[in-house]
Design a binder for this molecule. Sequence first.
Ligand code: NAD
Ligand code: DAU
Length: 332
Amino acid sequence: MATLLVTGGAGFIGSNFVHHVVAHTDHRVVVLDKLTYAGNRASLDGLPADRVELVVGDIADADLVDALFARVDAVVHYAAESHNDNSLHDPRPFLDTNIIGTYTLLEAARRHDRRLHHISTDEVYGDLELDDPRRFTESTPYNPSSPYSSTKAGSDLLVRAWVRSFGVRATISNCSNNYGPYQHVEKFIPRQITNVIRGIRPKLYGAGENVRDWIHADDHSSAVLTILDKGEIGQTYLIGADGEKDNKEVVELILSLFGQSPDAYDHVTDRPGHDLRYAIDSTKLRTELGWTPAYQDFETGLKATIDWYRDNEAWWAPAKDGVEAFYASKGQ
Ligand code: NAD
Ligand code: DAU
């Protein structure tokens, strides 16, 4: 049994990880989360108080981080500003949290000699053409497009430097697009599901040809636990579940699962600099560490996600109107 510090554990993927750890291990978890607009303490409801503790604070607060590192065995770092559209509107918080916040954690890991796993994204590799036979691997060169992905790329490079220069015991994972419960309604899949529930037509950026490589958040969690257990210090592992779909296909499937006409959506203003396609080759994680995703069928995972949003309107409703007003102001 160990005590894990999980930064960003009240956000989408972090809270899924905390639920996964409680269900599948006997570890204790200390969550450090600033509870920004993206964090929600209700995402941790129902978890046992003797296993999960929430500390509200900033990962860039060096004194707080120092005190927390002193009482945990390992750190899993999810906290970030995570939304591309927001980074195009106001990049500054992305620098503060993704760069300075990660730097603050690395310095604490160095002082306390704590194992750290850094959560990152496939977006650091830029994008692929639709007909490119290649997928991203651990040796693909970094080529980020947005303020969000460039700050994530910067944070990955800081981790690599702290491993090499200071001997910090860290690993990195770069995962593809996650879906599942507890995802904020600003993001593509929950936005469209909650639009349909509210009687609003789904909104597709541009022509809807952009491809994302979908993985269920619970599979991301099992991959991270596998890397924590068996990963080699200093290594990067790509996490993906062979889930490439274009956005049009996803919106049409959501509408069909609600029993609506699959063309009942609107095309809206495209995202500036919109990455065309992401695709992950997760061979290294599967062959070296023996990981496999449990959700092999996107439609089954999407149905379960739709059910979750239907059953948990109280969780998402408070954010919905503000998010839609923001998108409307940008023609989206
Ligand atoms: P999210 O926006 O849902 O959650 C982020 C969490 O971090 C929130 O709870 C927020 O309150 C917290 N946070 C933000 N700034 C903080 C700060 N300064 N100090 C402490 N807490 C802070 O994000 P997510 O989608 O769950 O992403 C989590 C991580 O996974 C990020 O590092 C992201 O880059 C990475 N990632 C996300 C995806 C995806 O599909 N969403 C895919 C690959 C990687
Ligand atoms: O690839 C991993 C990344 O996936 C993570 O690093 C990010 O944190 C996460 O937000 C996600 O980034 P994307 O930009 O791919 O996700 P988003 O949900 O914002 O959009 C998914 C796709 O859907 C993208 O092509 C833009 C499009 N889109 C999005 C919204 C919100 C629409 O067509 N309509 C929409 O309303």
